[in-house]
Write a protein that binds this ligand. Structure first.
Ligand code: ATP
Ligand code: MN
Length: 223
């Protein structure tokens, strides 16, 4: 089993509580052999919908081109893709979890939280308009850096996939659907991401710019 392999290598000593149990993955709070708290995302290798919804991301991804015929291999590739997306984002200093390892369907990353409690996401908090405005600005700076420095579009950005730290800074997560800029879906996904953000933050009282102006700022040379 993959988990035993990770345990033998000291990458995981024990899995603690389940942080999230979705249809397609489970995220655990875990501990390394050095006693460091990490997050372990385990993709389930038995979801029928999984492949159908994701094939385009892989087949159209210039990094992969061919989707494996075997379902397990497909999930392994999906986990690898999330790892490599996170690695690129993290290297470009985007606020996101640092990826630690990937082995088959198991991805290890920095735990985003404090004292073994994860930070809340933007849907789980209530902040002042000033705080939302400040977070919105930082989120856009991260999206811009992701685009211009990491060469990626997140592809599933919304208040559900953004943590808020105890110091009121955003941290982006869930990079499994992120695509490189020459992926044919990149510009559609970027527009959808930014539209989601504009809508979500407008609802929270933030004076956002227009969708077009914001997109141009993210892609453009202007500061
Ligand atoms: P969902 O369909 O619920 O969005 P998902 O398969 O897309 O699940 P993620 O969004 O990556 O998986 O993670 C699900 C949840 O697990 C997050 O909302 C968050 O609560 C928790 N989580 C994910 N990564 C971390 C992390 N690095 N540190 C702490 N908690 C995390
Ligand atoms: Mn998610």
């Amino acid at each position: 089993m993959t988990l035993y392999k990770l345990m033998n290598r000291g990458l995981v000593r024990s899995l603690h509580g389940v942080i999230s149990a979705g249809k397609e993955s489970r995220v655990y709070e875990a501990e390394t052999s050095k006693g460091i708290t990490i997050a372990v995302k385990i993709y389930l290798v038995s979801s029928a919908e999984f492949r159908r919804k994701r094939e385009g991301y892989i087949v159209l991804d210039p990094r992969f081109r061919r989707a494996p015929s075997n379902f397990r291999s497909f999930v392994y590739l999906w986990a690898k893709r999330e790892y490599s997306n996170l690695a690129k984002a993290f290297e470009s200093r985007v606020a996101c979890p640092q990826p630690l390892f990937v082995e088959k369907n198991i991805l290890g990353m920095n735990f985003i939280g404090r004292d073994r409690m994860r930070f809340p996401t933007l849907v789980e908090v209530e902040l002042s308009i000033t705080e939302y405005s400040h977070i919105y600005k930082e989120v856009l700076q991260n999206v811009r850096r992701l685009y211009r420095e990491a060469g990626l579009v997140h592809g599933d950005l919304s208040v559900y996939n953004i943590f808020v730290t105890d110091k009121i800074h955003p941290i982006l997560m869930d990079f499994s659907q992120a695509v490189v800029l020459d992926h044919p879906m990149a510009s559609t996904l970027l527009e959808r991401d930014v539209r989601n953000l504009v809508t979500d933050f407008n609802k929270r009282g933030v004076k956002t710019g227009s969708l077009q102006a914001t997109l141009e700022w993210i892609k453009g040379e202007s500061r």
